[in-house]
Design a protein around this ligand. Structure first.
Ligand SMILES: CC(C)(COP(=O)(O)OP(=O)(O)OC[C@H]1O[C@@H](n2cnc3c(N)ncnc32)[C@H](O)[C@@H]1OP(=O)(O)O)[C@@H](O)C(=O)NCCC(=O)NCCS
Length: 146
C-alpha cells in the first residue's frame, strides 16, 4: 500500500508551471520527444491533472474537450521515473475518467505507447487498429466505453 497521491484538475493557466517540468523530464529528456512536438494548441483547451505526493509534483495527464460524438481524448500521461509503480498513474487516469463521466462523455480515446498498453488495459481500454508511430515512438489507439 502506497501513500495516496493528491490529484487536482486544473486549466492550463493554473497547471502549466507544474505540468511543464514533469512533461519535459519524461517526454523530452527521458523519451527524446522533440520539444516542439511536446507543446501544442490542445494544452490551452484541456484540463490537466496535477498529482502531488507529500507536496511534490510527481505526475500529470490531460483531458481534451468532449467532441460532438461524445468522445473525449486523454493524453500526455506522465509520472516522474523515480515515482513509477506507486499507483500514481492509476490515480491520474481515475481522476481524468471520473471527470469525463461527469461531462457525460460516452467514450474515452487515447494513443498509448505500445509498451504501456497493459496499463490502460487494466482500466478496460481495448486496442483499436494496428501499431503506428508518433514522435518516433510506437503507439496503439485504445478506447473505453464510459
Ligand atoms: C505510464 C505511466 C504514466 C504509468 O504510471 P505509474 O504511476 O508507473 O503506474 P501505476 O503505478 O499507477 O500502475 C497502475 C497499474 O498499471 C501497471 N503498469 C504500470 N506501468 C506499466 C507498464 N509499463 N507495463 C505494464 N503494466 C504497467 C501497474 O503494474 C499497475 O498494475 P496493478 O494495479 O495491477 O499493480 C508511467 O509509467 C510513465 O509516466 N511512463 C512514461 C511516460 C509514458 O510512457 N506515458 C504513456 C504515454 S501513452
Amino acid at each position: 500500500m502506497h501513500t495516496r497521491p493528491h490529484v487536482a484538475l486544473l486549466d492550463w493557466s493554473h497547471a502549466k508551471a507544474e505540468a511543464q517540468p514533469v512533461r519535459k523530464a519524461v517526454f523530452v529528456v527521458e523519451q527524446g520527444v522533440p520539444v516542439e512536438l511536446e507543446w501544442d494548441e490542445w494544452d490551452e483547451r484541456s484540463l490537466h491533472a496535477i498529482a502531488t505526493l507529500d507536496g511534490k509534483v510527481v505526475g500529470t495527464g490531460r483531458l481534451l474537450p468532449v467532441d460532438d460524438r461524445g468522445t473525449v481524448s486523454i493524453g500526455r500521461m506522465a509520472v516522474l521515473r523515480e515515482f513509477r509503480g506507486q499507483d500514481i498513474g492509476a490515480a491520474i487516469l481515475t481522476a481524468l475518467l471520473d471527470r469525463a463521466r461527469e461531462q457525460r462523455a460516452r467514450q474515452a480515446l487515447l494513443h498509448a505507447q505500445s509498451y504501456v498498453a497493459a496499463f490502460y488495459r487494466g482500466f478496460g481500454f481495448i486496442e483499436r487498429g494496428g501499431e503506428f508511430f508518433e514522435a518516433g515512438i510506437a503507439h496503439v489507439e485504445m478506447t473505453l466505453a464510459l
